[in-house]
Structure formats: C-alpha cells, structure tokens
Design a protein around this ligand. Structure first.
Ligand code: G3P
Length: 214
C-alpha cells in the first residue's frame, strides 16, 4: 500500500517527505482554503517537494468548466492529477481528460456503483471517503473491501485511494483490505510511528549500554 499525505500544509509535507514514506499528496478545496493561498501557488510548491502524484481539485461542476480547469491545472507540473467530484458532469469530464492522457482522481465516492462508474469513465484513481460514511453510521471500510474485490474481479485499471481516514484503525483495515493507496492526514501518519514498547525498548538498550561502559 502506498502512502499519500492528505494535506495542503507545505511545512508538514516538507517534514514528512524527508521520512522517505510519502508517495503522493491529495488536496481538496477545503484543505487549500486552510492555507490562505491560491490553489496554483500551493500545488506548484507541493509539486516541487514531492515527485509523486499530486491531486488538485476542480471547482467547476459542469463538464466544460471542469475540463478547462483541468487543462490549466495539469499545466502546473507533470505530476498533477485532477480531482473530479463523482457527478455525471464529472464522468463526462473524466472521459475527455483520459483521452487527453490527463490523469484524474474521482473523489467524493460513497458507493460501489459510483466507484464502478468512475472506473468505467476512465478514472486513473477513485477516492472512497471512509470517515464520512462512518459519520452517518455506514461502514466505510466495507465499501473499500468491496471495491478492492470488484476491481480485482474485473481487472479494472483504476487505482483505489482510501480517503477520509481518521485514525490508525482505518489505516490498518484498508491495508488488510489490499487497497492500492491510502491518503492519510499528517496527524495519523505521525501516530503510525508510535508504540510505547519501541520507546521503552530503546530507553532500556541505551541504559544497558551506558551501564556496560562503567
Ligand atoms: O481526501 C479527502 C479528505 O480530505 C476528507 O477527509 O476527514 O474531511 O472526511 P474528511
């Protein structure tokens, strides 16, 4: 499973990219808004830090507007991927952009049927939102498990990015489900590294070493 960072925070991306674990980055209009900067500025800076796929979301909700925005955004850098909401106009835009070899990430996916339609339209990636399904009492992980099974069964080329990840449990369960990519908030990535036995074990090793020198 590849790890993407789900953030537009430049400092966090710089810091964690040095860990050697960041394969890509996903943003959305809410994450960009938090930066107080223009989408173009932020995406350009992220593309200069991380070589992998960088998702930038369109604002338009009509096919023509999405395609126009997509062409402009994809001109920022070769690793820009265009995030398109899972609506009919979005499917039309994905079909056009895939024919132009512009990579797309269909986002706000909440059902198996939506995921199939996005893949059928030619999406490079689809992003099921786990946390938001859990928020309404549905099973976000089950959707991801079903998507992995169906995409494998029909040998679909579209990659699955597990999104709206809220905690380590989500990370572990999408990993076990066999998802291609998980896009994870910085806070959760930091938690992935922590275990009290690692800290305790290192402390004991260092203490024993110091004692052995006496
Ligand atoms: O990648 C989508 C993600 O940013 C949404 O997360 O926690 O707002 O549902 P959340």
């Amino acid at each position: 499973m590849k790890i993407f960072m789900d953030t537009a925070n430049i400092e966090e991306i710089k810091e964690l990219n040095e860990w050697g674990i960041v394969y890509g980055v996903t943003t959305n209009p809410s994450l960009i808004a938090k930066t107080g900067r223009s989408q173009e500025e932020v995406i350009k800076e992220i593309c200069n830090i991380v070589d992998g796929p960088i998702s930038a979301e369109v604002i338009s909700t009509d096919c023509e507007g999405m395609v126009e925005e997509a062409r402009k955004l994809s001109g920022i850098a070769p690793n820009v991927v265009i995030k398109i909401p899972c609506i009919v106009e979005g499917l039309k835009a994905v079909r056009i952009l895939s024919a132009e070899l512009i990579e797309t990430n269909v986002t706000l996916v909440f059902s198996l049927s939506q995921a199939l339609l996005a893949a059928s339209a030619g999406a490079t990636y689809v992003s099921p939102f786990i946390g938001r399904l859990d928020d309404i009492g549905e099973d976000g992980i089950k959707l991801v498990e079903d998507m992995v099974n169906v995409f494998r069964k029909y040998e679909l080329d579209t990659a699955i990015i597990a999104a709206s990840i809220r905690d380590i449990e989500h990370v572990n369960r999408v990993m076990l489900a066999g998802v291609d990519i998980a896009t994870i908030p910085t806070k959760v990535i930091r938690e992935m590294m922590k275990h009290r036995l690692t800290d305790e074990g290192l402390k004991k090793f260092l203490l024993d070493y110091e004692n052995s020198k006496k």
